[in-house]
Design a protein around this ligand. Structure first.
Ligand SMILES: [Ca+2]
Ligand SMILES: [Ca+2]
Length: 154
């Protein structure tokens, strides 16, 4: 009986350690940690703030991740949030900066977006059903940083 209790405690301890792999203030979803910036800043500043935290502006790779982000925005009453999506480097081809690769596998643009000739940065916008909008990178919004959790088998 005692042995069983010890094993149970061990299992619980390991579980609680492995289930909290994000820094305080960061939220885990899947294999990433996310933080939701409190300030409203330009896209460039948002990118730099994420990098100062050894993270990057969020790369949205699949529908479940997008749903998590929208729910988190709703919970925090964030109306517009910058993501790492941009066509700043190559006009006409959207990619996840930095080093996240081209769009293609999964996209959630609103209506006929992206359509703005001077709108090179991607935001999630409550006013457009939280779908993706290309916006002017110089506008100031909240922002979402993402940090991949290192693969423990490596
Ligand atoms: Ca991601
Ligand atoms: Ca637009």
């Amino acid at each position: 009986m005692k042995g069983t209790q010890i094993i149970l405690l061990l299992v619980l301890a390991i579980y609680s350690v492995s289930s909290q792999r994000c820094r305080p203030g960061w939220e885990q979803y899947g294999q990433s940690c996310y933080s939701f910036g409190d300030e409203t800043v330009t896209w460039i500043d948002a990118m730099q703030y994420c990098q100062l935290d050894e993270a990057h502006l969020v790369h949205i790779n699949e529908p479940k991740e997008y749903e998590f982000l929208v729910n988190s925005m709703k919970g925090r009453r964030i109306t517009v949030a910058w993501t790492g999506g941009s066509e700043r480097l190559h006009r006409g081809s959207w990619e996840w900066l930095p080093n996240g690769g081209l769009f293609g596998k999964y996209e959630k643009w609103f209506g006929t977006e992206p359509a703005g000739p001077d709108e090179d940065c991607l935001a999630i916008d409550q006013g457009h059903s939280y779908q993706w909008m290309d916006m002017s990178c110089t506008l100031s919004y909240r922002y979402i940083c993402e940090m991949k959790i290192p693969d423990e088998t490596e």
